[in-house]
Design a protein around this ligand. Sequence first.
Ligand code: ZN
Length: 148
Amino acid sequence: MELDSLYQEVILDHYKHPLHKGLSVEKTVQVHHVNPSCGDEITLNLLLEDDVVKDVTWDGVGCSISQASSSIMSDLVHGKSMDHALTILESFSELMSSKGSITGDEEILEDGVALAGVSKFPARVKCALLGWMAFKDAALQGRNEEKK
Ligand code: ZN
């Protein structure tokens, strides 16, 4: 897989120094997701307060793309309102399903655009989406919890 070298550096940096990795004690919900095609796994803790992503932490094992993407995701949604976080998620999902036709909106996705090249490799898209899908799952469950 060939990615632009600058982007590759961003991915490697997140892989080596993942953000928000290590599960928090306080949480609204916890989810566990796996990507069997690659062997990536993630456990994600989400703490919601008044529909704001108060904290998001995760732990996991897997390839550099899945780990880097989870790191980027957690940093992007941290502290955001749920609606804002879901908009970011939507934008990333669109990028991943683009098969390389778009480069992603850097204003919204920040370091996430470094993963744009992954969209050309269908087998790796699941790696990149793992953390994001875990967040989506936790967000929907968390909202239900908050309503109780
Ligand atoms: Zn993977």
